[in-house]
Design a protein around this ligand. Sequence first.
Ligand SMILES: [Zn+2]
Length: 252
Amino acid sequence: MKIILTHDADSIFKPMEHILARRERFTPKDLKAAEKGSLNLYNNIADIVQLEAELGFQSTLFIPPFLFNLYSIVDTLKTIQREGTELQLHYVHEDHPQYKGLFNIQKSFFNELIGDVRGVRCHNLWVTQSLLDLFKEEWVLYDSSYRSETVERMNPYSLDNGLIEIPIGIMDTDLFGRLHLTENEAWKFILKDLDAAKDHRVEYYTLLFHQESFRMKGGRLYSKLLKHLAKEGFECIRCCDVPLVQDALKKV
Ligand SMILES: [Zn+2]
């Protein structure tokens, strides 16, 4: 079984008042560094990529033109992209009659700044058939917005409209925001889910951890999980390494 590593970036900065109101989420050491201004707790992109690289892994990072000013991190994005991180579009859907135009604004801006949009993940995993059809019309090759529980499968597959779907095995915010698990409970949950997937001979298992949660209670399990995966000899890959996506890329 191969593990597909993915991250969404929903925010890259929060003011100190916001952080202090949630101080129990962070370690005292990180809080001190944040107060001194030597650490941005909400921008962990470089640290995540470095940890992955140390373990011989690469990941896919979904970047949202509509959630913050991308120019503020464009240098980091270009560097990690050069070094092998896959960057794709984190699309923010608005329930608006001009949603197609709003999609195109996000796609063109991403194209200009980062490169061609080949993959999309919807913010909040808010995906519908009409959005999948829109992605297909707009030359996107794959989507990764469905939970495996929704589509009842783990492996990437082709949708009826020809788009490739890469279902999500586990998302951090489902474990902590929705199930309200402690770190210990979440750790057991993840290991059990990985074991079950292996027993069912799943070939590809997709992880989604938000980059902004890397230093937070809960989200910091990602470092532990990566080290565990390395120790157990798992191969960890990007969405663009999936053979179905590779084949589609060759035809572009
Ligand atoms: Zn998001």
